[in-house]
Write a protein that binds this ligand. Sequence first.
Ligand SMILES: [Zn+2]
Length: 270
Amino acid sequence: MRILIMADMEGVAGITRWDQVNYNAPRYEEGRRLYTEEISAAARGAFAAGATRVVAVDCHGAGGDGTFNSWVPELLHDDLEWVTGHEWGRYVEIFEDGCDAALMVGMHARSNTPDGVMCHTISTTTWRRVMFNDDEVGEFGINAALCGHYGVPVVLITGDTATCREGVELLGDGLHTVAVKHGLTRYSARHFSPAKARTMIEEGTKKALTSPIKTKPYVPAKPTTITIDLSTADTANRFMGRTGVELTGPLEVKSKADDWMTAWDQFWPY
Ligand SMILES: [Zn+2]
């Protein structure tokens, strides 16, 4: 069994503030240790469930040298293979090698989720809403669609309660969830201890990978329209002049194509 872990930092227990997740911010060292340990916990669960190969991808853009490169290497599980420094949403090697299921660890909720700790979608300031046809999605949905394009189901999501709820809304009750904290506002939460969160992730992963898979690969209906609502008109300029991409209003962008991957490729990276 070959497993992909797509990882982000904002959904880790103990993290509520940007200064824990931005490169070289005062509490970044603390944040990256908490982050790394949760990834190792997921790897322990995956290997305990019988995984023969586990590859984790750091999807957290911390800025500076920390962009997609926030893990503390010596804290990572010994048998885990890990990817750093790769463009967001572009690591597909494992899909071509063969992958049976994906886990999403440390995820955060989409933009404008009142109880979503540090919620955002792609940009903390400019992307207000993203739709794949009629599905409102966040980064979880985008990652799930990338996996879905290669026929890989997502079986587990971890993060705060709001993020887990968002995952189940998109993929249904068959998605295993581990909520390691409960958001009270965008920057406050009630957390489990790091140790407890890691145990929950390890056990949740093991359960997700030893149970029959009940989630389907997420493939938005074809043809596919991706709609992005922006917060500021100047951001729209970045989408101009791209084949298949239309500015349908001062703050609205649409990308239409025969399938999701093509529609996404038409503007990403933007
Ligand atoms: Zn992040």
